[in-house]
Design a protein around this ligand. Structure first.
Ligand SMILES: C[C@@]1(CC(=O)O)C2=NC(=C\c3[nH]c(c(CCC(=O)O)c3CC(=O)O)Cc3[nH]c(c(CC(=O)O)c3CCC(=O)O)/C=C3\N/C(=C\2)[C@@H](CCC(=O)O)[C@]3(C)CC(=O)O)/[C@H]1CCC(=O)O
Ligand SMILES: NC(=O)c1ccc[n+]([C@@H]2O[C@H](COP(=O)([O-])OP(=O)(O)OC[C@H]3O[C@@H](n4cnc5c(N)ncnc54)[C@H](O)[C@@H]3O)[C@@H](O)[C@H]2O)c1
Length: 157
């Protein structure tokens, strides 16, 4: 093991403010995942994917179309830095650490208070898989294996 193990905390996000910085493919994918847990998401980016633009227009996400500002993090519980500018991602990391906000920097696993897991959900069951930041392909493989096993056992019933 060349990395720390993170505790799998299952947390109620529905009443907490989440700020996603960036509006590209990664931000869009993570916002779609988070929408299964909360509608309290603010995304800040000068440019967004069409899909995120539509989610903003439909009112699922509070979309702010401009470069991020420090004040965007006020009252945030969790921040995801998913811009294509590593210096900006690093600055977001430092601001969040100063303010005690949980932060995930999508291009640097050493700057994550939490990792994004591979997720599978079925009714009341929520499966979250991490490979401790060492192997996202393995996290995906394990998630798919569990998903297939659960679906196969349903079909047997
Ligand atoms: C599980 C999953 C959840 C999700 O993202 O939804 C996830 N990554 C997934 C996919 C994926 N990731 C990457 C690609 C691009 C193609 C490729 O390279 O293959 C693809 C494939 C794709 O995009 O399709 C590239 C990548 N990922 C990270 C870095 C930076 C670094 O390692 O430092 C870079 C290089 C970025 C760069 O180039 O700068 C970092 C992280 N990615 C994590 C999670 C965290 C814990 C990982 C672990 O458990 O080990 C961690 C550590 C932190 C975090 O981001 O939370 C999801 C699979 C879900 C599923 O299918 O079930
Ligand atoms: N963790 C993972 O699983 C994973 C996977 C692939 C890539 N990445 C990393 O995630 C990051 C984003 O990747 P992508 O493919 O979504 O990039 P992208 O180029 O599609 O999107 C970048 C976004 O950043 C926004 N941005 C730029 N400057 C900004 C500013 N000042 N304020 C707010 N937003 C700003 C842009 O408007 C754009 O929406 C990259 O650093 C990439 O290396 C992470």
């Amino acid at each position: 093991m060349k990395n720390k193990r993170f505790f799998p905390m299952f947390v109620d996000l529905s009443d907490k403010k989440i700020v996603v910085v960036g509006g590209g493919n990664i931000a869009t994918r993570r916002i779609k995942t988070l929408l299964q847990f909360t509608r309290n998401i603010t995304a800040v980016a000068p440019k967004t994917t069409m899909e995120l633009h539509e989610l903003g227009k439909a009112g699922f996400v509070n979309l702010i179309n401009r470069p991020v500002k420090r004040s965007d993090f006020a009252m945030a519980f969790m921040v995801i830095a998913a811009t294509n500018d590593w210096k900006l991602n690093d600055e977001i990391y430092r601001v969040c650490k100063e303010q005690g906000i949980y932060v995930n920097v999508a291009d640097d696993k050493s700057k994550c208070d939490f990792y994004f897991p591979g997720i599978y959900m079925q009714d009341e069951v929520v499966v979250g898989i991490t490979a401790s930041g060492l192997n996202h392909k393995k996290a995906r493989r394990v998630r798919v294996a569990i998903q297939e096993a659960m679906e196969a056992s349903d079909n047997e019933e």
